[in-house]
Design a protein. Structure first.
Length: 375
């Protein structure tokens, strides 16, 4: 079997593109920034990557490099055997410097190879890897709205009723003092068993992260994620040393580089590793095994490729991961892309498709009607 084509398909979806404005975080003595969405009339697009073999088997994933990078990729992989994933991984990974790309540049191509392997074997990827669970717990991630406890309680009540989800990660950018008050109020209202996490997305200083982190420890939070810019390794070492009863998770903006993430764990600058399979399943699984041997977890960022299929498959095969990051709007967004069977939460969990490969069913006629470019 040989690779004969690598193609990107750009699809216009009904959703509108975001237009973001950088704004200052309130209640601070030093400058920190976040963003807000101003809305846009511009159409949003999504991209499929398709790897076709001479046997007619196709590997599919969402997300594709730019046209220029696609040409670099084709020069390395056309004519290669797609079943020799590790050989291709080693060549592309160690050759990254010599084709002047960034680490993880071929990630979704690697994902397509896993789709091909599953289709050849007649197995879902979770079973190819060695399935460890039938379903993965979900937590809801939400924006801050008006930032009030009543707004959050309405959101969490809705999530419990609609999907059975009883875990939530804050994205609240109102500063440390207001966050501390909010977290205490919601913990009292929700009870001790409700799972809570906090992701202030670089809106704290180190001192604020330590102060909020100690409160979170007392309130039984599961983790503190990306409180300040992750390039500040020594600051994260101080934070991890200060918080001994709750893990810190960094590396979201570094997760394109498997080795960099590993170095952060070795250096004590993170307790958990943030990952996303868009940087490649092969490297993600290597990092998961590394983390497991160090008593750590990998936690997957956002819904993952193919409307959630990729991350759900992987999280049902990786033992050292807590939960799937769920966004309320994404099952509908997957349908807008033409994905007919996107995983959805039920009883607080998501189950992997048992179809071969990533298990995505795609309406290709719908995709064809909405295609605006191919390269």
């Amino acid at each position: 079997m040989r690779i004969v084509e690598v193609k990107a398909i750009v699809v216009e979806v009904p959703a509108k593109a975001r237009r973001l404005e950088i704004i200052q975080v309130p209640d601070r003595f030093r400058l920190r920034y976040t963003h807000r969405n101003l809305g846009s009339d511009q159409p949003e697009t999504e991209t499929y990557l398709r790897v076709r073999t001479d046997d007619g088997i196709e590997g599919i994933c969402t997300g594709a490099p730019s046209p220029a990078v696609m040409e670099v990729l084709r020069a390395q992989v056309i004519g290669a055997d797609p079943m020799r994933r590790e050989e291709l991984y080693q060549r592309l990974h160690h050759g990254t410097r010599w084709v002047y790309q960034t680490p993880g540049w071929f990630g979704n191509f690697d994902n397509c190879l896993w789709d091909i392997a599953g289709k050849v074997a007649g197995l879902p990827v979770c079973q190819l890897l060695g399935q460890v669970r039938d379903r993965i717990p979900a937590y809801l991630t939400g924006g801050d709205g008006d930032g009030s406890a009543s707004t959050y309680m309405a959101l969490l009540d809705d999530a419990r009723q609609r999907w059975g989800i009883e875990a939530f990660k804050f994205h609240n950018y109102q500063g440390a003092t207001k966050n501390i008050a909010l977290f205490g109020e919601l913990r009292r209202a929700l009870g001790d068993d409700y799972v809570l996490m906090n992701d202030p997305v670089c809106s704290y200083s180190l001192e604020e992260a330590i102060r909020v982190g100690h409160v979170m420890e007392d309130l039984g939070f599961l983790w503190l994620e990306e409180p300040f810019y992750e390039q500040e390794l020594h600051q994260y070492q101080k934070l991890c040393s200060a918080l001994t009863q709750m893990p810190v998770m960094a590396t979201e903006m570094l997760m394109y580089d498997m080795k960099l993430c590993a170095e952060w764990l070795i250096a004590g600058a993170t307790d958990l590793i943030r990952v996303n399979a868009r940087n490649g399943t092969t490297s993600l699984v290597k990092l998961a095994h590394f983390a497991e041997l160090h008593g750590s977890n990998v936690e997957m960022n956002a819904i993952g490729g193919l409307g959630g299929h990729v991350h759900v498959q992987l999280q049902c095969a990786i033992p050292n991961t807590y939960a799937y990051e769920y966004f309320a709007h994404f099952p509908g967004r997957a349908k807008e892309m033409g994905i007919l069977n996107a995983p959805d939460a039920k009883d607080g969990h998501l189950e992997p498709s048992l179809l071969p490969g990533w298990g995505a069913e795609i309406d290709w006629e719908y995709v064809k009607r909405r295609t605006v470019a191919e390269y």
